[in-house]
Design a protein around this ligand. Structure first.
Ligand SMILES: NC(=O)c1ccc[n+]([C@@H]2O[C@H](COP(=O)([O-])OP(=O)(O)OC[C@H]3O[C@@H](n4cnc5c(N)ncnc54)[C@H](O)[C@@H]3O)[C@@H](O)[C@H]2O)c1
Ligand SMILES: O=C(O)C[C@H](O)C(=O)O
Ligand SMILES: [Mn+2]
Length: 564
């Protein structure tokens, strides 16, 4: 019944007045409407008379972009373009992918989230769902989809935006931004996506006190009432959009893993901070080990910051140890998780379930009570891999790094906290402190580092390198679930792309190749889905299925009714 109504809407042509056509970013071509289209749709006189090509529009828009003084202004300009004309926005994005990623996405997106209400221009086709108005969920989803065949939804409740904490309804921008990367990286059709924010209140006092704040003005709701809200949203979204891939982003530490565990065996769902980050770090480690010619199962892994991402990554790497043949009990002895309280011990009642898996026994150490700082733990356990997801800037100090590097020839060091101001270390310092021995990847883009005659390329270990391809592959395969083995296949497909023999080679492929390796990841995930028999529709040729789903930013003839 519901599916039928969507099909009906698909068959019905959208109706526009000439004026409305120029204000719907899904169909607007602006000055690129041809003379024939202007005659057909009543656009003569509504545009200046020159007809431009898409390439001319791109050149003109890029010149405007370049006139903006700051990354924030550049982002605001690009969002205005996105609000006006999706094809032009994505064509321009494609032409300047590496340059635009940090402007459209992390780190600049952190500024627009922190200032969202003040900077607000328009809602950007997002859906705003309130815990206080749950009867509106279904209508809100339908109305914002406006008859579009939604396949991909990015939802946040914004309790843990990057490392900057609770931003309430302002966190909607992370859903918008993540979706832009899906399209730019993997060619997901922007007409098939929906950004959603779940407004369950906020504990950010500055927002609650801000007269301009747009969200619910009450503390966050937790517990049963919160989970009932999420559950209701998931049930309705799945019913309204039956072919949905549901991506969860930046939920708080207390909820993220529980939500994933609740749905992952029922629907096609994905948690980016847990699973996406797990994939990119595994891929980065595989790349690093390719370079150092070491074995995964010889590594001693230390996670600094054992929250949603930290524990999620450790779980993925641990799975890899098992996949490489190590027994669970032995594999666990290779993992050390450090959080605010220091090394995590099993007698600590405050551990999260995801932390508990890797908690150690005090009896393993003569000085267990002293292991309350990163440096003390590094001294005690001699890690070969150090991953930072702590939100503590500068915490990988020179003495921590030198201590680590004293016990391993090629220390693998990934300071992943975002945005820039929260990174545990700068790539250049890590290279310098280790005389070029460290194998480094960072959360945000980092410039190459020249040291002692070698140029060290720095890989970007950001989940943006994997989630677009994973989504594309899973959707293309019509997979009914996103399984661990699909995730593992995705990570392995990316870890092999490095050039291990080039001095200073990065541990991960460069963002400039994002389109190519998104496709690689998509194919790996889709092939694994089909191999596991998860595809809900017959698939003869995985590559053709993936390509068929990819949208190109080119103007197409419109399929609309215009009422003059
Ligand atoms: N590069 C990526 O792709 C990527 C992906 C996900 C998250 N991240 C980054 O990782 C960071 C954490 O994100 P999250 O979602 O896991 O958040 P989270 O809040 O779930 O986890 C942060 C953890 O750090 C701990 N912590 C806080 N202060 C600490 C201290 N002084 N010492 C040790 N631990 C401390 C917290 O107790 C918590 O467990 C963020 O900055 C985020 O941007 C990066
Ligand atoms: O958003 C990013 O840049 C990566 C990650 O999802 C994060 O939360 O930091
Ligand atoms: Mn995130």
């Amino acid at each position: 019944m519901l599916a039928d109504s969507i099909i009906d809407q698909e068959e019905k042509k959208m109706q526009y007045t000439p004026e409305q056509l120029l204000h719907d970013p899904f169909v607007n071509k602006g000055t690129a409407f041809t003379q024939a289209e202007r005659d057909q749709y009543g656009l003569n006189g509504l545009l200046p008379s020159a007809v431009q090509t898409l390439d001319q529009q791109v050149t003109q828009a890029y010149a405007q972009y370049q006139s903006k003084a700051t990354m924030l202004e550049q982002r605001l300009f690009l969002m205005q373009l996105f609000n006006t004309n999706h094809v032009l926005f994505y064509k321009l994005f494609a032409a300047h992918l590496t340059e635009f990623m940090p402007v459209v996405y992390d780190p600049t997106i952190a500024d627009t989230i922190e200032n969202y209400s003040a900077l607000f221009v328009e809602p950007q086709n997002a859906t705003y769902l309130s815990i206080d108005a749950q009867d509106d969920i279904e209508a809100a989803l339908r109305h914002s989809a406006n008859g579009r065949d939604i396949r991909l939804l990015v939802v946040t409740d914004a309790e843990g935006i990057l490392g900057i904490g609770d931003w309430g309804t302002q966190g909607v921008d992370i859903a918008v931004g993540k979706l832009m990367v899906y399209t730019a990286a993997a060619g997901i059709d922007p007409a098939q996506v929906l950004p959603v924010v779940l407004d369950a209140g906020t504990n950010n006092q500055a927002l609650l006190d801000d007269p301009l704040y747009f969200g619910n003005r009450h503390p966050r709701v937790y517990g049963e009432a919160y989970h009932a809200f999420v559950d209701r949203f998931v049930a309705i979204a799945e019913r309204v959009f039956p072919k949905l891939y549901l991506h969860f982003e930046d939920f708080g530490r207390a909820n993220a893993a529980d939500i994933l565990d609740q749905y992952k065996n029922q629907i096609t769902t994905f948690n980016d901070d847990i699973q996406g980050t797990g994939i990119i770090v595994l891929a980065g480690m595989l790349g690093a080990l390719n370079i150092s010619k070491q074995k995964m199962t010889d590594q001693i892994y230390l996670s600094f910051g054992a929250g949603t991402a930290g524990a999620g990554i450790a779980a993925r790497i641990y799975q890899e140890f098992l996949q490489q043949g190590m027994a669970p009990a032995e594999a666990k002895t290779h993992f050390y998780l450090v959080d605010k309280q220091g090394l995590l011990f099993a007698d600590d009642p405050t551990l999260t379930p995801a932390q508990r898996v890797f908690a150690r026994q005090r009896s393993e150490f003569a000085n267990a009570d002293e292991l309350t700082t990163l440096e003390a733990v590094v001294k005690a356990v001699h890690p070969t891999v150090l991953v930072g997801t702590s939100t503590q800037p500068g915490s990988f100090t020179e003495s921590v790094v030198k201590e680590m590097a004293a016990h391993t020839p090629r220390p693998i060091i990934f300071p992943l906290s975002n945005p820039t101001k929260l990174a545990e270390a700068k790539a250049a310092d890590l290279i310098r402190w280790t005389q070029g021995r460290a194998l480094v990847a960072t959360g945000i883009p980092a410039a190459p580092v020249d040291y002692d005659g070698v140029t060290y390329e720095i890989g970007q270990a950001n989940n943006a390198l994997v989630y677009p391809g994973l989504g594309l592959g899973t959707i293309a395969a019509t997979s009914k679930l996103l399984t661990d083995s699909m995730i593992s296949a995705a990570a392995h497909s990316l870890g092999g792309i490095v050039d291990p023999d080039q001095p200073g080679a990065a541990v991960l492929p460069p963002v400039s190749k994002l389109n190519a390796f998104s496709k690689t990841v998509a194919l790996a995930a889709a092939r694994q889905a089909v191999k596991e028999g998860l595809n809900q529709e017959p698939i003869q040729d995985v590559e053709a299925a993936v390509s068929a789903l990819q949208w190109q930013p080119e103007y197409q003839p419109l399929n609309v009714d215009v009422i003059k």
